[in-house]
Design a protein around this ligand. Structure first.
Ligand SMILES: [Zn+2]
Length: 379
């Protein structure tokens, strides 16, 4: 049985009702062992925690009672519990597992933490810097080509056939040559994937060095491929070539953004000079976009490492998908469906993140524990 517990806000995952858990935290006021557990995310005071949970269950209403007994049962049964409580992951890793005697206790949110800025920010910043510098210079180059094109026109802003001229201009200013970027991003993506893989192994208590080194190799291979795919390319015999099947490729988005700006320029009163400036300043080449890309790619790298770690651990059967505490159920994305359809086979986990700034989490379901996810979902 896999359970997700959260002590930071309303998010209770699959443990019990949200209401029950937040009420439990209120009801636990004055119980020292439980207060410490909720504050710290872990405790060494297992016996007292169970004792106090039973007391709270006896005194509380149905929600509180179910939740308190459920948590106490989990602790007693040494069931797999995932604590996702908003404190640093180092603090919630082994001490909690040891304290509760649980099979696993973790905060499995390295990927979402990368996106939320709670972990691995040195890597994200490093990646953002590389991407930012590249985009900045690409923007300047495209703008320069626009000016060059404009110099050869007599009536730059009043084309006879807008469609033709949009295409003509685009063909002169594109494509951007992305081939210098993979060499720079690859090493950073590799570090993230490897760190995440190591965390995933530690999380399921694997210490075998051979497995670690397998996971490291897989992470390096993934980073090599992804650094190319990310810019719409792939490696063939050590050479970067165009990859029409690239997923989540930033070259395509960039192209579309430029196309929109150019099209708009030809529809309205805009000179070529103004167009050049507006391309240079466009969101496509902005610092904000560089950061967004860096976060998304970091999360991808983290999840890739994580899943490889779980795969090679030999003890993880499935992967659960949990939506973030503040995820909007009505938002136009696949997160809720992914959660409802989870847990997944290791080879079948949906693309993560589902969208930029996705704050979902993946968690491991151990072999022998799968199949009980449905009944655990009491919401
Ligand atoms: Zn979503």
């Amino acid at each position: 049985m896999s359970y997700c517990v959260s002590s930071d806000t309303k998010d209770l995952g699959k443990f019990s009702t949200t209401l029950g858990y937040s009420q439990l935290m209120v009801a636990a006021a004055g119980k020292p062992a439980l207060e410490a557990l909720f504050d710290d995310g872990w405790t060494e005071d297992v016996d007292d925690c169970v004792k106090e949970l039973r007391e709270v269950a006896d005194a509380g209403d149905e929600n509180v009672s179910d939740t308190a007994n459920g948590l106490a049962d989990l602790i007693v049964a040494e069931t797999f519990i995932m604590i996702h409580n908003g404190v640093g992951e180092e603090e919630t890793d082994k001490p909690m597992a040891k304290a509760l005697g649980a099979a696993i206790v973790v905060k499995a949110s390295y990927a979402s933490d990368l996106q939320k800025g709670n972990a691995g920010q040195d890597h994200v910043q490093e990646l953002a810097k590389v991407i930012r510098e590249f985009l900045h210079s690409a923007g300047k180059q495209v703008a320069a080509k626009v000016r060059e094109y404009g110099a050869g026109l007599k009536k730059a802003a009043s084309p006879v056939s807008p469609d033709d001229d949009v295409e003509t201009l685009l063909s002169k200013i594109l494509p951007i040559d992305w081939s210098a970027l993979p060499a720079k991003t690859q090493a950073i993506l590799k570090k993230i994937a490897q760190e995440s893989g190591a965390k995933a192994l530690a999380q399921v208590h694997i210490t075998d060095q051979d497995i670690f080194s397998d996971v490291n190799d897989a992470a390096a291979e993934w980073a090599y491929e992804r650094a190319a795919e990310m810019v719409g390319m792939k490696w063939v015999d050590g050479e970067l070539v165009t990859n029409p099947d690239a997923k989540w490729a930033i070259d395509e988005t960039t192209r579309n953004m430029i196309r929109d700006i150019v099209t708009e320029a030809f529809e309205g009163p805009m000179t070529i000079q103004e167009l050049a400036s507006s391309i240079e300043d466009a969101g496509a080449f902005s610092e904000v976009r560089a950061m967004l890309i860096a976060r998304t790619e970091s999360a991808k790298a983290a999840v890739s490492g994580q899943i490889d770690g779980w795969k090679k651990s030999g003890v993880v059967a499935k992967v659960g998908w949990q939506t973030g505490a503040d995820h909007d159920e009505n938002s136009d994305c696949n997160c809720s469906d992914n959660r409802d359809d989870s847990p997944y086979d290791l080879s079948d986990v949906p693309e993560y993140p589902d969208h930029p700034n996705d704050n979902c989490d993946l968690y491991p379901v151990l072999a022998g524990e799968e199949g009980s996810g449905e009944e655990a979902d009491e919401e």
